[in-house]
Design a protein around this ligand. Sequence first.
Ligand code: DAT
Ligand code: MG
Length: 194
Amino acid sequence: MLLQRVMFLPLLSPWSRQTTRNVIARFPAVQLAHFRSNSSVANVKERTLIAVKPDGVQRRLVGQIIRRFERRGFKLVGLKMLQVSEELLSQHYCQLTQKPFYSSLVDYMTSGPVVAMVWEGHNVVQSSRVMVGPTNPAAAPAGTVRGDFSLHVSRNVVHASDSLEGAQREIELWFQGKDLVKWDCWDQTLTCEK
Ligand code: DAT
Ligand code: MG
């Protein structure tokens, strides 16, 4: 009934700013809040960097990987496809530059585009490491991204930050603040207490 009245309002009177205000007033505030972007979310929750590596992009796994994070209940707040530079990689993998596999890691990571994402939610750093699985796919259980989609450590499909500090550092490296979107997800209170 309320919805009917709201829908027919524009037919009864010329649309005006006042009419808009009337319509908004008739909607329960909670419904509107669900669709508002850039609103003041009380506390920005934990965030992590997930990146689909060139093998994952080439194998068209981007959608399936995004789906797993959405299905779990995490919120996507940043997304971009890019050709990664050696400079970015040397900062991203600063702890690995002396490893014997580093140059082949750089060749692999620069062999094609990467899809980088920032996901937000309760305990997202640790939970996403579990979802992604161990570094070496040979040790990754079925049900994890690496366990389901990869065989060898040199082609393990996806990156996930391994700590809160690492996540913050990597997000700042890969994204500018303006590219991350604060938004309210309507089912937030169904997947988490706060
Ligand atoms: P993770 O990606 O699980 O955080 P990491 O940070 O130790 O693992 O290593 C980064 C990447 O480097 C990893 O995803 C794949 C590659 N890598 C690690 N160990 C390797 C090895 N022994 N041989 C070849 N590549 C390796
Ligand atoms: Mg790592």
